[in-house]
Design a protein around this ligand. Structure first.
Ligand code: GRF
Length: 190
């Protein structure tokens, strides 16, 4: 079965763009829609430039308007969280068992949980004097950042790396690995 992805975003959307480009022309994976909870997310501009349909669903609508959410992602059989901040409601987790995938910019369980997103993660990694960091790709369950791990990729840090340097190293890992891991999951389960 062909995978049809709904990509959920809140911000810049560099991962979203990378995924869209990676699967352009794929026989196995197509992008159904990009869903942003923020009307001003740059990810929406990226989707438009790449001719991918997009929509805005607020965090409150996500929680309270199940019909709207399900009709927006109709036909999609996998949800990719690519920098998506709101909590995923339980009804979606129940309807998409092992079909919601998140990327987190640290080696979970380190530097996960409430408040650990974007730059906060890299600043905490720096403050803790870590010698390595990385990315975690995992299934989403009802506990923030605690779903079953699918893959982790690491990068070494040097003592003089700034949080920006750490972010750049993590970004490189995300670009190199996230679409490939999605492809492997699709090949294994679809
Ligand atoms: C990435 O670092 C991702 O790991 C995290 O949020 C960031 C999203 O960046 N979940 P972008 O919007 O894809 O540029």
């Amino acid at each position: 079965m062909k995978a049809r992805l709904a990509i959920f975003v809140s911000g810049s959307g560099s991962n979203c763009e990378n995924i869209i480009k990676y699967f352009a022309g794929s026989n196995d994976v197509e992008i159904g829609i990009v869903v942003s909870n923020k009307p001003d997310a740059y990810a929406l501009t990226r989707a438009k430039n790449l001719n991918v349909e997009s929509t805005v669903i607020s965090a409150q609508q996500l929680r309270e308007d199940k019909e709207l959410v399900l009709s927006s992602i109709e036909g999609c059989n996998m949800i990719i969280l690519a920098g998506f901040l709101p909590k995923v409601p339980d009804y979606l987790i129940e309807l998409f068992p092992q079909r919601i995938i998140n990327i987190h910019p640290s080696l979970l369980p380190k530097f996960g949980g409430k408040g650990m997103w974007g730059h906060h993660v890299h600043e905490a990694v720096k403050a803790a004097g870590e010698t390595e960091t990385g990315i975690t790709i995992h299934y989403v369950n009802s506990m923030l950042d605690e779903g079953q791990k699918i893959a982790q990729f690491k990068v070494a840090l040097s003592p003089d790396d700034t949080p920006d340097d750490i972010a750049a190293k993590v970004h490189e890992l995300e670009m190199a690995h996230f679409p490939k891991v999605i492809e492997e999951i699709v090949n294994n389960v679809m």
